[in-house]
Design a protein around this ligand. Structure first.
Ligand SMILES: NC(=O)c1ccc[n+]([C@@H]2O[C@H](COP(=O)([O-])OP(=O)(O)OC[C@H]3O[C@@H](n4cnc5c(N)ncnc54)[C@H](O)[C@@H]3O)[C@@H](O)[C@H]2O)c1
Ligand SMILES: O=C(O)C[C@H](O)C(=O)O
Length: 311
């Protein structure tokens, strides 16, 4: 991939840019932010790591949305993070205004780009970008499940002592308190995790995964997570940039899959150079389907709230 533009050179945007640059996932990165001088400083700081990581990726910072021009992919990390005690939905009103203005910039300067939404609440904002652009779902998707699954994998590694590289996990649904970790699809090199973890401990891990973002927020205090989020975004960009056809949980617009439509939420998807190439439908059992429906209902509540505010 030639160019990735990152809208929002805050913590998540910066971390993402650093990984994209040092792993040469794209040739050029534009970091764009409304804070004067900040994106320029972030870009320069990242460029100065090039001797250590031996990369030739070009990194520039700008306050001008015209720097979106030529982007193959726009990552949206602009917006406020929640504070301890808040839910992600509590920042919806502030962030939707930011997202709307960014979408207008994208329509103007990068009308052929794909868009990867990160700002929270990510499901409803992905839906909003899809609605406002009118673009096909292949080009509009969000990051949540890669991060949630990485948290669950880390917790399973901590519990079992196995290397996290052997652990596969799956988290579906909305990126909120009702997200749906699916232990039936969690394995350690193909062996069901239930062989190594008691049911009680597994339930603890599922709950800790659901609260994974809040746990980091409570510990960091003045910031939500950004290291694992940056790595998760970079994994998705890498899958697209290198046309890998990776099967990753993404926030996708559903068009009847899982019994849902006109909604964005986390499901397994194929990512390739076209973007979100395919939504993969799993044969969920009754309990999993019920949890997925509940999670969808929470996303719908936010979408309905948004519709009343902006209609
Ligand atoms: N989906 C996920 O898994 C996930 C993970 C982590 C964080 N997030 C979300 O990502 C967002 C950013 O988090 P952060 O920790 O980087 O916050 P941050 O405050 O460090 O950075 C946000 C940046 O956005 C910029 N910004 C605001 N309006 C803008 C605009 N119109 N154009 C360009 N830039 C603009 C701000 O100046 C700031 O630099 C939050 O909403 C957070 O909840 C999502
Ligand atoms: O928890 C948050 O608000 C940030 C992000 O969604 C996360 O899961 O780390």
């Amino acid at each position: 991939m030639n160019k990735v533009a990152i809208m929002g050179a805050g913590r998540v945007g910066e971390t993402t840019a650093q990984i994209l640059a040092e792993q040469e996932i794209c040739r050029e990165i534009s970091l764009i932010d409304i804070r004067p001088d900040t994106p320029q400083g972030v870009a320069l700081d990242i460029l100065q790591t090039s001797p250590f990581f031996s990369f030739d990726t070009r990194v520039e910072g700008s306050n001008d949305p015209a720097a979106l021009a030529g982007a193959d992919l726009v990552v949206i990390t602009a917006g406020i993070p929640r504070k301890p005690g808040m839910s992600r939905s509590d920042v919806l009103d502030t962030n939707v205004a930011i997202i709307d203005s960014i979408v207008d910039d994208i329509l103007r300067y990068a009308p052929d780009a794909m868009v990867l939404v990160v700002s929270n609440p990510v499901d409803v904002l992905t839906w909003r970008v899809w609605q406002r652009t009118g673009w096909p779902r292949e080009r509009i998707f969000g990051q949540a499940g890669v991060l949630d699954a990485s948290r669950m994998a880390a917790f399973i590694a901590m519990e079992t002592g196995f290397s996290s590289r052997d652990i596969t996990t799956l988290v579906l649904g909305g990126h909120g308190d009702s997200m749906v970790p699916v232990p039936r699809f969690c394995t350690i090199n193909g062996i069901p995790v239930t062989q190594f973890i008691s049911e009680e401990r597994l339930q603890d891990i599922i709950q800790r995964t659901r609260e994974g973002g809040a746990e980091i927020l409570a510990l960091r205090k003045n910031s939500s997570a950004y290291d694992a989020p940056g790595a998760s975004i970079a994994a998705m960009v890498d899958a697209i940039s290198h046309n890998r056809r990776r099967l990753l949980p993404c926030v996708a617009i559903l068009e009847g899959e899982y019994g849902q439509q006109n909604i964005a939420m986390g499901v397994p998807c194929v990512l390739d150079e076209q973007g979100l190439a395919e939504v993969v439908v799993l044969d969920l059992n009754n309990e999993e389907s019920e949890a997925f429906r509940e999670s969808a209902a929470a996303v719908v509540r936010d979408i309905e709230r948004l519709k009343t505010k902006t209609s």
